[in-house]
Design a protein around this ligand. Sequence first.
Ligand code: DQA
Length: 229
Amino acid sequence: MNFDSFRLAAATADLSEEPTAREHADLVEFRMDLADEPLDALAGYDGDLPLLVTNRTTWEGGEAPPYGRLDALAGAIEHDAVAAVDVELATLRGRPTGTNDATVADLVEAARERDVTVVASVHDFDGTPDPRTLDALLSAAAAAGDVGKLATTAGGRGDALALLAATHRAAERGAPVATMAMGEAGRHTRAVAPVYGSRIGYAPVRPEAATAPGQFDLATLRELVDRLR
Ligand SMILES: O=C1C[C@@](O)(C(=O)O)C[C@@H](O)[C@@H]1O
């Protein structure tokens, strides 16, 4: 799937919600780490929307068990409906996962062979780093994957503005990035970052099942993004 222009991902741990997402979303982010039997769910998936599979590790805010995390992603991308896979930048840089797990190099190679887009992601649940670090993270993530995604936490409007400015600089450099500032003070960045070049937005199919702090519901984010761009 190409992310040359903005795509809205409906985030869910339950693929049976896909019909509800169709009206507003371009794809579904399947949070495998939050699902019960993710590989069974994928085998039974017959929805229309392409899937971005995410199996988020605990050290970046997810719930995936330490062992078999990459194996599960390797199994997931074998399904034709899977168009993109999320891999943390730290994992791509070699941070170890479980023993006996597929290597990240094998996973990326398999993704390439299947024409599955790699989203290299970084999450900071504590804050928003200084501008130089933001630039470095976005450049590194965009170089490591087809799209570099950075989600930081905004403690105030200044953090949100810093992330938007870094998004703008990345877009000017031609780096494909996706950004969002988590938390209340960063909420508006979910609607505004696409104006500055962010390629992916995330919103829960069911508002009560948000997958990150400060998310808008799907219909609202779709409308805000479409009106602002
Ligand atoms: O990484 C992201 C972005 C996100 O954390 C957000 O802030 O919308 C939501 C997650 O589901 C997704 O994997």
